[in-house]
Design a protein around this ligand. Structure first.
Ligand SMILES: N[C@@H](CCC(=O)N[C@@H](CS)C(=O)NCC(=O)O)C(=O)O
Length: 235
């Protein structure tokens, strides 16, 4: 019997990776919303589960796991799908999974931030992260010239990790028409039922309208540091 998985999240690309995998695996799960605009991610009870104050996190069989790449790896291992067992193929999936969490996520995230959320325009940062987002799409697209999926002919957690971020190309300064293999891959992935369900899973919680000054402070301002100042860590 599958014990219910608790998913702590908010409708963001890193959380959509997990809802896609859960839907693809047809697993029952309970969504525990962590309202990032309100600062739920900074509450002590959430920090016990996710010490870096970020979503996603899961709790399964009494074990708390944070970092989206680790959660994808754990669920694929635990339920025996979307991660090959043979060492060479497995390594190929893991390298593209790590490429997503180490490169695509952070650089796309910064490109998005400086284009949409920075308090003042910083042309160097906008150009720097836009160029890097484009360079990474070049790497991804070149790999997709060699196979249907990012790690070859088998759909895997590496595709699942990349997809939600690749739906944001226009917001990070990338014109998808410059990357035909990436455009072809996007259509292949978005046609999957599990992907569609996973992308919609938290749509009831999407914020409509701009960020308020209070939520900006929570996400990017002093609120991120108060707990360290209060405990004396890092002072
Ligand atoms: N490396 C982390 C990144 C997670 C992350 O950046 N989550 C964002 C939303 S996409 C978040 O929770 N931000 C809240 C905050 O920074 O306070 C992962 O892949 O899980």
């Amino acid at each position: 019997m599958v014990r219910m998985i608790k998913l702590f999240g908010w409708p963001t690309p890193n959380v959509q990776k997990i809802t896609i995998l859960l839907e693809e695996l047809n697993l029952p799960y309970e969504i525990c919303p962590v309202n990032l605009d309100r600062g739920d991610q900074l509450r002590p009870e959430f920090l016990d589960i996710s010490p870096n104050n970020k979503v996603p996190a899961i709790v399964h069989n009494g074990r708390a796991i944070f970092e989206s790449g680790t959660i994808l790896f754990y669920l694929a291992e635990e339920f025996g799908e979307f991660l090959p067992t043979k060492s060479g193929e497995r390594c190929s999936v893991l390298q593209w999974l790590f490429f997503q969490v180490a490169c695509i996520g952070p650089y796309f995230g910064q490109s998005y931030h400086f284009r949409r959320n920075a308090p003042e325009p910083v042309p160097y940062a906008i150009a720097r992260y836009q160029r890097e987002a484009n360079r990474l799409c070049g790497v991804f697209s070149a790999q997709l010239n060699k196979g249907t999926y990012i790690a070859g002919e088998t759909y895997s957690i590496a595709d699942i990790a990349a997809y939600p971020w690749m739906t944001l190309l226009d917001r990070v300064g990338v014109d998808v028409s410059a990357y035909p293999s990436l455009a072809r891959w996007l259509s292949t992935i978005e046609a999957r039922d599990g992907v569609r369900r996973g992308m919609r899973a938290m749509s009831d919680h999407v914020r409509h309208g701009p960020m308020t000054p209070e939520s900006w402070d929570i996400m990017y301002g002093d609120a991120q540091f108060r707990r360290f100042q209060a405990s004396g860590v890092g002072s």
